[in-house]
Design a protein. Sequence first.
Length: 439
Amino acid sequence: MKQESLFSSQPENTPLASRVRPQVLDQFVGQQHLLGSGKILREIIENDQVSSMIFWGPPGVGKTTLAEIIARKTQSSFLSFSAVDSSISKIKKIMKQAELDREIGQRTMVFVDEIHRFNKAQQDAFLPYVERGSIILIGATTENPSFEINSALLSRCKVFVLKALKQADIVQLLKNALTNPAGYGKQAIKIGEDEIQAIANFADGDARMALNTLEMAILNAEPVDQTTTITMANLSQLITKKFVLYDKNGEEHYNIISALHKSMRNSDTDAAIYWLSRILEGGEDPLYIARRLVRFASEDVGLADTNALNVAINVFQACQFLGMPECDIHLVEAVTYLSLAPKSNAIYKARLAAAKDVKQTANDPVPLQLRNAPTKLMKDLGYGKDYELAHYAKDKLTTMKTMPPSVEGHEYYLPTSEGRESRFKDRLAQIKAWHEQHG
């Protein structure tokens, strides 16, 4: 925990992103859905009605900056906590001091960056002080608060979702840094529009990354006649590889695998290949992806294409054999095949319907005619009596009952006419017609 001075000057060796950090709302760039004229968060701040809140959004969108601006606007003491050095005893000690300050009219704003990294006990330590209004808690997180923040604490905070900055927002921030006296406004910097756009594109909505890239480019360039010129050549080594936002253990993992599934289900091959590439570039285990494709082959393609499961299994085995990066092409092949395959979820729906009956109906005993009789006693009790072997029947069908009484007549598999499943639909219709004739 540290108490911040919101009004201290920034030394020259401070990173650019800190030197040009906005001080008031009018300097803040982006998040117009929250901070535009008449929008809820702006109204709350300007009317000094701030209560505890959570800022949820990707890195570099202004969560910390916004918290500091709120503290200035409301003239509150500003405390910043880190999960690394914030023991429960330390949190409670500071909270008690905040409670004493409140009694003499001094508000305390507590900013908890990466609040998702605080364990349950650490989060619980803030709870009574939030409830009593001793502090205004502002938590910042890149993870879904629903999963990472205690429900009791979350219920007492308003959640605001901050979005990745648009490229135009990043361009504006870069230009502000070049003219701001705290940035490079006092230096002769020559940089073209194409170079600024290239940095903004590379930053991918992250203001901190954009400003750090600009700073590195300027520091690495050689001034000529006291003018520093930034060219594409200067930038080439700084913007060669873009960071892929993907957390194998977080929400983005589930979001992107969901996007892959739904793109394949919608037969959108290009989208499916794109989402697959996002997953692979994020470092996902190829066997995890292959297992999802095996599931998809039966759940969403089913008997509409009886080869789909073979393709998925073959690709799974190829991934086991080769590993990354060589098996990426095999995964693309499977994703493409499954996207283009005719779709049927009849098998999936059959399983759900049967499972529902199993849970909601009586556990009828297996009919005697379907039971084996490996012992004389079992045979004497009627096990296997009246069993009809279909192979001996003319049409390979019999009138023997195979369903228990409580679910007799229930239908689970309702085939579609998609792809090869039309053959199964025709065959099922023939079987039903035979039973109607011989019933």
